[in-house]
Design a protein around this ligand. Structure first.
Ligand code: AMP
Ligand code: MG
Length: 414
């Protein structure tokens, strides 16, 4: 196929993202079989079964305060109520209806006894022996400080659908519903193949003109964050036959192939021709983004998806977050994954470039008043030292105008 100069990359960021989404939907989701795992091991994994309420939640009308349970209108007359019992959380009440003129001392989390329809907080009564009365400025209303049985969820209701990624609050609801073990989708396998004559392994000492292969590890970390399995392949030189052999080996037994380097316009950027020679089809070659312009996306014969990611370390990180993560999340069974874009107030000036969507390493800080973001100084898409300080990328829109301090800005969390 024709190779386009990245400057002529035909697709905008939005178009490239849409192309990935379109091709992603053609892939079989959740290819590795579901497996049952202990609840805590399911954290971060994708549910292959819904979490269903096994009983009403709460299962009984629950007091949300330490106080006194009674019929609200009995408080209203203003006279004292006789304390006829005490109910702790985890205790049943077997003494029948609370009589008019009486109340039951009750603890947070205890079942409200029959005959009572309100709980008055401990702090809102005065007590004299076995009698309590409302303090003057307080009133009691039916339903006060009680969550009725089934108000949060009815037995049988789906509380988390299959295809949700299980975060801590999901662990909470699964635990409450008795899921000691839960079925999650298997982990997609992602082959990672770095290319480049200049690369040495991270444990080796590079010669002055060599660099360590960091991209394999970056990608492996990003793959793992989505609870997929990285398959680390030995880096390969910029040499046509060696590349083809390495790709042929890498595609066996994986669900996704990630290549790093060798997709630009240089004389030794041989990844595209190697993929083409092996029957790879390209959905796009290049996107109008910076960093990451030379990115290629396609499928091998048989449908295995691949990305050729530009070798610059920051391009690799950004392209993964923008394009690889949604596809990989889908393979892992997750529904509705979107790259995490949020809004923040800009603290620094950001230079736009017309026709290019830029993703600049930046630091996002939060407080109760909101989030603000500052671009970091950097030397371009090879600058890992600066990017290591970043917790997000500031988006400079393709319209190209500069963004100024105080402007609202879009940020990619990555
Ligand atoms: P390329 O995409 O092959 O033109 O490489 C672009 C830049 O990224 C060059 O400066 C490479 O040395 C660097 N690079 C390529 N592959 C890696 C890698 N695996 N780890 C770190 N840097 C890399
Ligand atoms: Mg190279």
């Amino acid at each position: 196929m024709d190779r386009l100069s990245p400057a002529e990359a035909p697709l905008t960021f939005g178009e490239a993202a849409a192309a990935v989404a379109r091709e992603t939907e053609k892939l079989t989701p959740a290819r590795p079989e579901p497996e049952p795992v202990d609840l805590l091991d399911a954290q971060g994994r994708v549910l292959a079964e819904p979490v269903v309420a096994d009983r009403d939640q709460p299962p009984f009308a629950r007091s949300t305060r330490d106080g006194f349970a009674a019929r609200a209108r009995n408080w209203a007359v203003g006279g004292p109520l006789e304390v006829v019992g005490l109910l702790r959380a985890g205790e049943p009440w077997s003494a029948g209806e609370v009589p008019a003129g009486a109340c039951v001392e009750i603890m947070t989390g205890a079942p409200v006894p029959p005959g009572a329809d309100s709980v008055v907080m401990l702090e809102h009564v005065s007590r004299d022996g076995t009698q309590v009365r409302l303090v003057p400025e307080r009133a009691a209303g039916a339903g006060d400080n009680i969550v009725p049985a089934g108000a949060e969820a009815r037995a049988g209701a789906t509380l988390l659908p299959a295809g949700s990624r299980l975060h801590a609050h999901g662990v909470a609801v699964a635990a409450a519903c008795g899921y000691a073990r839960v079925r999650v989708y298997g982990r997609p396998r992602v082959a990672i193949l770095a290319t480049g004559d200049e690369l040495v392994e991270i444990g080796d000492t590079p010669l002055p003109y060599q660099i360590r292969n960091s991209n394999t590890y970056t990608l492996a970390a990003q793959v793992r964050a989505l609870r997929a399995t990285p398959l680390l392949r030995a880096p390969v030189a910029d040499q046509a036959e060696a590349l083809q052999a390495a790709i042929r080996e890498a595609v066996a037994g994986c669900d996704l192939l990630l290549l790093s380097g060798g997709v630009s316009m240089g004389k030794y950027d041989l990844v595209e021709p190697a993929l083409g020679a092996l029957g790879g089809r390209f959905h796009f070659t290049g996107a109008r983004i910076q960093p990451g312009k030379p990115i290629v996306f396609g499928s091998m014969e048989g449908g295995l998806p691949f990305f050729g990611l530009p070798g610059n370390p920051v391009s690799t990180i950004v392209c993964f977050a923008l394009f690889v993560a949604p596809l990989l999340a889908w393979l892992g069974g997750e529904r509705g994954y979107r790259p995490p874009f949020v809004q923040a107030r800009l603290e620094t000036r950001v230079r736009g470039k017309a026709g290019l969507t830029r993703f600049l390493p930046a630091r996002l800080t939060h407080d109760v008043a909101g989030s603000s973001v500052a671009a970091l100084a950097w030397q371009g898409s090879g600058d890992l030292a600066s990017t290591a300080q970043a917790n997000c990328f500031l988006v400079a829109p393709e319209r190209g105008e500069d963004l100024l301090p105080g402007d609202p800005a879009t940020v990619l969390l990555a």
